[in-house]
Design a protein around this ligand. Structure first.
Ligand code: 13P
Length: 252
């Protein structure tokens, strides 16, 4: 199955509501392009309730960068999947390496967040990826499959279908370094094959596999059109129209 390419902006803890407005205003001129490539903006949570109005005239969606694994209750400062639905989110990133590293999210916990997102009819973007040390030790595939398996073992083919997995080598995030095209294809093809083995070919084809880590306008066409790469998860370059639009324009 051929998917429309998906480009997701991960703003991380950056920007203001005015910065979002500036980006959206500039993106107005890309309306025709945005019907050919799917773009979603994962902005800081405080800005999400404004996105429905802000994106009203653009064919784009928005999402969150994290979600709590519980339905509701006394969890001060946390945000539930239902709340993200309430403000119109389509996607939520779960298990980003920054959350694994700085906030102690391990794979079983990430899997619970994934499940909570899915139960609320959000589409989770599950991030997997190896550190430089793991790559150098030849553990890349073992690490990413273990991160994926934590979710696969608590869900079903039906629920996993149509979700998103983002392969983000930790050492490529914000560094300007990227894996070779061969390295990207090898991980993405292994991820696809793993889903075929776990479920079946039809289910695996519904899952979009994104690459993330130092994607820019000048490498997007090369990295994001490789075999088994269905789009990208973009950090730094997604903050400004001038650096973001060349990425999705490269995919039409
Ligand atoms: P950069 O595009 O800044 O390398 O970040 C990638 C990333 O972490 C997206 O989630």
């Amino acid at each position: 199955m051929m998917h429309q390419k998906l480009v997701v902006a991960n703003w991380k803890m950056n920007g203001t509501s005015a910065d979002i407005d500036v980006l959206l205003m500039a993106m107005q001129k890309d309306s025709a392009i945005l019907n050919q490539v799917e773009v979603s903006l994962c902005v800081p949570a405080v800005f999400l309730s404004n996105m429905r109005a802000a994106c009203a005239h653009l064919p784009i969606s928005w999402g969150a960068q994290n979600v709590n694994d519980k339905v509701a209750g006394a969890f001060t400062g946390e945000i539930s999947a239902q709340m993200l639905c309430d403000v119109g989110c389509r996607y939520v990133i779960v298990g980003h390496s920054e959350r694994r590293l700085y906030y102690g999210e391990d794979s079983p916990w990430v899997a619970q967040k994934w499940l909570a997102a899915r139960a609320a009819a959000l589409t989770p973007i599950l991030c997997v990826g190896e550190s430089l040390e793991e790559r150098e030790k030849g553990q890349t595939l073992a690490v990413v499959m273990a991160q994926l398996d934590a979710v696969l073992k608590i869900t079903t083919a039906k629920d996993f279908a149509h979700t998103v997995v983002a392969y983000e080598p930790v050492w490529a995030i914000g560094t300007g370094l990227t894996p070779t095209t061969g390295e990207v294809v090898s991980v993405h093809t292994a991820l696809r094959d793993h889903l075929v083995k776990q479920y079946d070919s039809a289910t695996s084809q519904t899952v979009r596999l994104l690459y993330g880590g130092s994607v820019k306008g000048d490498n997007a066409a090369q990295l994001l059109t490789l075999a088994n790469v269905d789009g990208g998860l973009i950090g730094g370059a997604s903050l400004k129209y001038e650096t973001f639009s060349p990425i999705y324009r490269a995919l039409i």
